[in-house]
Design a protein around this ligand. Sequence first.
Ligand code: KG4
Ligand code: ZN
Length: 356
Amino acid sequence: MKILAIETSCDDTCAAVLENDCLISSVISSQTDLHAKWGGVVPDIAKRAHIERIEPEIKIALKRAKIKMEEIDAIAVTVGPGLAIALGVGVNKAKELAIKFNKKLIGINHVEGHILANLIKNKEGKPERKIEFPALALTVSGGHTKLVLMEQTHPSRRCGTPSLEKGGFKYTVVGETLDDAAGEALDKAAKMMGLGYPGGPIIERLAETGDKNYLKLPRPLSTQKNFDYSFSGLKTSFYYQIREWPKEKIGENLTNLSASFQDAVFDSLLIKFKKAIEFYNPKTLMASGGVVANLELRKRLRKLAKEFNAPLLMPVKKQFNTDNAAMIGVVGYYKALRGEFVENKEELDRNPRLNF
Ligand code: KG4
Ligand code: ZN
């Protein structure tokens, strides 16, 4: 099955071609440079850039895959959650192509995309990844911080070992942020320090040589029994501690401030992840989303998994953590196996607040 996947939920214009769950080509056009001077994503600018770039990107993705539009079996597109006017560009393009070329159409939830980014295979079908259920997935990006329990529904349980392909997945959100997402908090802290956008990778680099105990910052909700997160109090505490500092003092302490803030965010993430592991006893751990591109976080996640002797899946390539269309294509593949196609293509609509 040949799938064309499209993702335009935020500030990356992405297209990919997959043969089943194997990635043949992936194009990502980041708009970082367009939004950087505003310190965050400006929806109107994102929409305009998506409109300009989506068609050429799809053409490049098809060309690199050496596949013609006529050979595609299904088109998978992110319908939400995300920025309404950005999502609209991808959804409209997918509908237009599906109708014009008479292709099957699949609507995809962006958060499921981040989780299944762990199952993207290369052209050779590698890596072969096994998920033992229940699995516990931590998804951390600029828009989401969620702990999701993933189980498999087995329509044909009696027929031997259940394979990933046989069953659908059942997701239960067991914890999530009550306010800002972790990536959003990193981006806002970077902005307060006068750093660029997106802040996560800049803070990562600075934190490497900083003292994480330099500022005392809270680990919000960490003593509560639930698995929810909160990052807005952490951000406010950071702001109040540095707001009266002269610029020079902030400039001299960028590494220490970054290390302290990053450590508080990662501690918060890990404390709740650990609690949820103890409670749900998952057989596989998964982590994904833009913030999981961070090497320090990956190291700490590996250490945690080792403590529980549980296998941990994280996307194999950095670009599969941040937004991409390959992950949308993989979800599309599993949905196509179950025949979950859009019935009336004309009616497919974006859903910026799509639940998970
Ligand atoms: O998954 P993503 O591309 O988009 C959303 O769905 O939100 O995630 C973007 C977020 C941004 O907040 C960015 O600062 C963060 O991921 N991020 C990182 C790193 N790379 C991206 N955070 C920490 N360390 C990184 N290396
Ligand atoms: Zn995302």
